[in-house]
Design a protein around this ligand. Structure first.
Ligand code: ADP
Ligand code: ZN
Length: 729
């Protein structure tokens, strides 16, 4: 345990500020204030006030006489030594500024001070008898006659009167001011409620996880097919942590959409967890942040950013769907939340559970090497069998022109729908068509800001760029040659697939599931309910349907284009594709009826396809591990990317070449590039990439830091470091 230092009047302290500055600034502790490490304080900075955290004694280097004073301390517990150490470590690992990392913790400045009690008004018990009740005043009276106090502004808005009317009534004594009821304290999940009866394998997994609670750092991979009960098992560790009075953090991908997860949590613990994700409104963010900082939120479930919340006494971290790509943050501080979660658990000396049906290769290698414990749940709960997977060779069973359903898949759909069961078609492409081209001149409609085609979204009648959000109406004429009515949609998106399915199966009631058609958690929940109530027969969706949802009546899954994710140079293309298809396949046959999965591919011999057919996940991972090992690629080697970007292509190229000239020479490190980044133009910025590959034990960050300090810098160009790059960007 790092012992916390405290500081009194006249002492000099370093204050880490959540700003893109190079390090903490020194300040003087004023008379009458006592501070300790981690305290959240307000300080002056170039003419304004900012809040930061005390980060040890002053660093020195500035004449103490010139140091400014700390203004005040926020009335919140200090950031713990464990959290501060973690944030420093993240900054070093990701090569980010300490303040940029601190800002991920101090993400809600308005939460640092207690909310002001809201002045509300209610009807006076005895209004002045001589008051003139105008039409507007009567509306206010009618609104408040239910006895519920409301804020002045809200009263005016809802009654559709000017604020002056409300004020006038108050001044006349017809309304009285009251303090609005304070927000009720957050729910306390009850660990004492009984969970479901666990199967033998579940019970032994739960036991192991429970025993780990309170015993320091330990990382456990909870490995089990979809539906095997991983959630129920880690809920037991959650319960144990709550019994010990400590807090729990559960990371989920796409938290905003995990309605089923929240319902299950509520059933198990009798109350909701606190929720944290980027889609929260201001008030919810402020309240939840304060609840966490004050230790009033026993369980937080959130997206990757929840990892940086200021928990006092964290007791357990769970990373569900640990393989999920959304754990990688690609802008600002570039980090992998699953990896950082392990680092936080280590520093907090608490257990962490990584759960997945398709664990990442990194995690499997760590488990095989004994660095992580491993708990397997071999069967689906209730004994349902995993569905049989069959491959359709699209070269032999080719759909007609501009259609995408093979004869075999159509047959399977026919049979399933005729039996009154549900089917799902999976195509990981939003919109109607991924490409629009001119039949007269061959021109392809491209985003003006990105190296990307514009995607037609026919339901809203627009072309959209999926990278920068650029959108325009579909033009009548080709913008290049002017030919009218010559623009043709190429390739399928889910909207187009839905059209084709409707032609073959006009009676099937369809449901479309994409991030466009399901913008909110409520919309997802409604869709899931519709399927549970059997009000839809055919679900057509993107990866949004692959994640965690249970559809009890679904017995057929058709994968339209299994090869989509395999193109491109991504190191993890095969692994990602396998994970996604396996998860999608896992949606079929969850209850009593067996499931069937039809996978359309033009490369049926690809290891991903054969592994799916033979249900040989571990064989696939072993082959993938061999390939990575012999190429010296992660997790056996280290990878980092330097992304050079700017609006002026010539400058960007000059900077990239300067970096290449200064590249470190080290026998066990290779620098590749510069080359155009896969998205060579993104949001109007030109992008080049240098890739660094080194042996596992090489201090990559140190070498890169030195490299960047040596290379010439070109003005107007940004160089970002991505340690452990994942994506296509
Ligand atoms: P996974 O997380 O592995 O996909 P879940 O924990 O979501 O699996 O479980 C799948 C379904 O089976 C859920 O509806 C869950 O409530 C149910 N289930 C799992 N284990 C049990 C159990 N022991 N008793 C009753 N229902 C269970
Ligand atoms: Zn774009």
């Amino acid at each position: 345990m790092t012992s916390e230092r405290s500081y009194g009047p006249g002492d000099l302290v370093a204050v880490n500020l959540p700003l893109p500055v190079n390090g903490p600034y020194d300040y003087r502790v004023p008379d009458g204030l006592r501070l300790e490490d981690g305290d959240l304080v307000r300080v002056p900075l170039s003419g304004r006030w900012v809040s930061g955290a005390v980060w040890g004694p002053a660093r020195g280097g500035i004449d103490p006489a010139r140091l400014r004073r700390v203004a005040s301390r926020h009335h919140l517990p200090p950031l713990s030594a464990e959290l501060r150490g973690f944030l420093d470590w993240v900054a070093g690992y990701t090569m980010s500024r300490p303040g940029a990392v601190l800002r991920m913790t101090m993400s809600v400045p308005e939460a640092l001070d207690p909310p002001r009690p809201m002045a509300a008004v209610a009807l006076a018990a005895d209004p002045p008898p001589d008051l003139r009740w105008t039409e507007a005043r009567r509306r206010v009276r009618d609104l408040l006659s239910d006895g519920v106090p409301r804020g002045m502004a809200e009263t005016a808005r809802v009654a559709a009167v000017s604020p002056g009317v409300v004020r006038g009534l108050r001044d006349a004594g017809a309304l009285v001011g009251v303090d609005a009821a304070p927000r009720p304290p957050p729910a306390r999940p009850d660990p004492g409620r009984p969970g479901p009866r666990l199967s033998e394998a579940q019970a032994s997994g739960a036991d192991a996880l429970r025993r780990a609670v309170g015993n320091g750092y330990a990382c456990t991979l909870l490995d089990g097919v979809p539906g095997s009960g991983k959630t129920e098992v880690y809920f037991e560790a959650v319960a144990e942590t709550l019994r010990r009075g400590r807090r729990v953090l559960v990371l989920l991908p796409e938290i905003a959409l995990s309605v089923q997860w929240l319902e299950r949590f509520g059933r198990r613990f009798g109350g909701p967890p606190a929720i944290w994700h980027s889609g929260l409104g201001r008030a919810a963010r402020r309240d939840t942040w304060r609840d966490v900082a004050l230790g009033r939120a026993p369980v937080v479930v959130g997206a990757r950013s929840a990892l940086f919340l200021p928990f006092p006494e964290l007791g357990l971290i769970v990373v569900d769907e640990e393989h999920d790509a959304s754990y990688k943050q690609e802008d600002g501080v570039i980090y992998q939340a699953r990896d950082m979660a392990v680092a936080r658990a280590y520093r907090e000396r608490i257990p962490i559970v990584l759960a997945s049906a398709t664990p990442s290769l990194e995690t499997v290698v760590n488990a095989d090497a004994g660095r992580y414990a491993r708990r397997c749940l071999p069967d689906r709960h209730g004994g349902a069998a995993m569905p049989a997977v069959e491959v359709v060779d699209l070269r032999a069973d080719r759909p007609p022109r501009d259609q995408w359903l093979s004869a075999r898949l159509r047959d399977a759909l026919e049979t399933t729908l005729a039996a009154g069961e549900q089917a799902m078609l999976f195509l990981n492409r939003r919109g109607y068509a991924p490409l629009t081209l001119c039949r007269a001149c061959g021109h392809r409609l491209q985003c003006p800001n990105c190296t990307a085609w514009l995607v037609e979204h026919r339901l809203v009648g627009r072309l959209q760029c999926h990278h920068c959000g650029f959108a325009q109406p579909l033009p009548d004429a080709c913008p290049a040659c002017g030919a009218v009515d010559g623009l043709a949609a190429c390739g399928p998106g889910v909207e187009r697939l839905s059209e084709e399915a409707a032609r073959w199966f006009p009676d099937a009631r369809q449901a479309l599931a994409t991030s466009d058609s399901l913008p909110t958690a409520r919309a997802v929940a409604d869709l899931v309910e519709r399927l549970e109530r059997r009000e839809a027969d055919l679900l057509i969706g993107t990866q949004i349907v692959a994640k965690g949802h249970h559809f009890p009546h679904l017995t057929l899954v058709g994968v339209i284009d299994a090869d989509l994710g395999l193109a491109g140079g991504d190191l993890r293309a095969a692994e990602r594709t396998f994970q996604m298809l396996y998860q999608v396949a896992g949606r079929a046959g969850r209850a009593t009826r067996p499931g069937r999965v039809v996978v359309q591919t033009a490369i049926p011999d690809h290891p991903v396809m054969t592994a799916l057919v033979h249900a040989d996940r571990d064989g696939f991972l072993a082959a993938e591990a061999d390939a990575r090992r012999s190429a010296g690629m992660p997790p056996f080697g280290r990878l980092a990317a330097l992304i050079v970007s700017g609006s002026d292509a010539a400058r960007v190229d000059a900077q990239a070449r300067a970096l290449a000239r200064a590249a470190p020479r080290h026998p066990r490190l290779t620098v590749l590039g510069p080359a155009p980044a896969p998205l060579a133009l993104l949001r109007g910025r030109h992008r080049r990439r240098l890739l660094v590959r080194g042996d596992r034990d090489i201090p990559v960050q140190r070498l890169i830091r030195h490299w960047l300090s040596e290379a010439e810098t070109v003005a107007g160009v940004r160089v970002q470091v991505d340690i452990d790059p994942h994506g296509f960007l």
